[in-house]
Design a binder for this molecule. Structure first.
Ligand SMILES: [Mg+2]
Length: 366
């Protein structure tokens, strides 16, 4: 029984270059500046986790995330990994404003626990929908030529759902979508405004895309996160489903969105809330009759594998935005789920089933 006691936690920074600059309405990135973590249990079982702080979204940068993770890790030593639910709540109480730090520790803890129990992480959530799934692909904000070149490249690899980052210049956004629409048959769009549109801009944007025949299946967070009335109006005036992303960073946020009828979808991201809270928001979302989308920050397959485990285990996720490992220039882990073009292939082994090298000098808490 005591074999799942948390004995040691190692944390280290990783810099992973992004193949093409990742520009969205709220900022730009050329490198994923994340933290990796490894939890070791008393029986020697390891679990891996990742924190991908995204200052533009959560206000958490890597330095503050590392400091928070170090402090939180110290409080986990000596506890049983099987108490992951209570431990997650404890982490939230201690560091409500550091969801990425909490998410990394929770992921490593859950992975270690599932490995010690010899069950795949998705089985912990219920193994409701264990099958291959397809992800969208994200096209960052960039000029027309680059937009076309990137889109053509992904299209050749089989991608058909294009998540277009928009929200800085509505006329240019319309031109970019129209160019991609005319170049590539049989595709659909998600327009992700990252809070950059005004209500009027968004309605204009949706109308024009409809006019040129573009298939816009989802408008993601077109306006600022507190403007739930704006989201509500956009749903009704455009007739296009709206996904709340930045508007939902907690279960209370999700309740507000439901109360205001502000969205059709909630975008679940473990990096915004931690893993256990993400599961609760997902449960609440579907019990309220809203639909589920899943996404991430700039994450490797570690964090994204944890998100994919929710998809496989909980079921009912309609829209998968689990593409960021494909935007990175290297893959730092082996094992786990795999990509085949736009498809994510599930794994059957324990935990996340990922291996990675641990540097000799890293922060060790024991
Ligand atoms: Mg988004």
């Amino acid at each position: 029984m005591n074999s799942d006691i948390i004995q040691r936690i190692e944390i280290w920074p990783v810099d992973i270059p992004i193949t093409d600059p990742f520009v969205v309405a709220t900022g730009a990135r050329v490198t994923a500046q994340n933290l990796f973590m490894r939890v070791t249990l008393k029986d020697g079982t390891h679990g891996v986790g990742e924190a991908a702080p995204f200052p533009e979204v959560g206000g958490e940068d890597r330095a503050s995330c590392l400091a928070a993770a170090q402090k939180l890790a110290a409080g986990l030593i000596g506890h049983s990994a099987g108490d992951y639910e209570a431990l997650a709540d404890h982490l939230t109480e201690q560091a409500p404003l550091f969801p990425a730090a909490r998410c990394g520790l929770e992921t490593a803890l859950l992975d270690a626990y599932c490995r010690s129990q010899r069950l795949p992480l998705w089985q912990l959530w219920g193994k409701a929908d264990v099958r291959e799934r397809e992800t969208d692909i994200t096209i960052p904000i960039c000029d027309l030529d680059k937009t076309l070149a990137l889109s053509r490249g992904w299209y050749t690899q089989g991608f058909r759902l294009f998540k277009m980052k928009v929200g800085t210049d509505v006329e240019e956004d319309i031109r970019r979508l129209q160019a991609v629409h005319e170049a590539l048959p049989g595709i659909s769009f998600i327009g992700d405004g990252n809070q950059g549109f005004s209500r009027e801009d968004c309605i204009h944007f949706a109308g024009r895309v409809k006019q040129f025949g573009g298939r816009l299946i989802l408008l993601e967070q077109p306006v600022v996160r507190d403007d739930l009335e704006g989201l509500h109006a956009i749903r009704h005036l455009t007739g296009i489903p709206v996904a709340a992303d930045e508007s939902v960073r907690s279960l209370d946020d999700a309740r507000r969105v439901v109360r205001m009828q502000a969205a059709d979808y909630i975008n679940i991201k473990i990096m915004k809330t931690g893993v256990i809270e993400a599961r609760r928001i997902a449960d609440f979302t579907r019990s309220s009759g809203l639909r589920l989308m899943v996404g991430g920050m700039l994450e490797t397959r570690i964090a994204m594998g944890c998100s994919f485990s929710l998809v496989l285990g909980l079921g009912d996720f309609d829209v998968l935005d689990l593409d960021t490992p494909l935007l990175l220039s290297t893959d730092p882990v082996i094992g786990g789920y795999r990509y085949q073009g736009p498809r994510l292939l599930p794994w059957q082994e324990a935990g996340l089933n990922m291996q990675m090298a641990v540097p000799t000098h890293c922060l060790t808490i024991q």
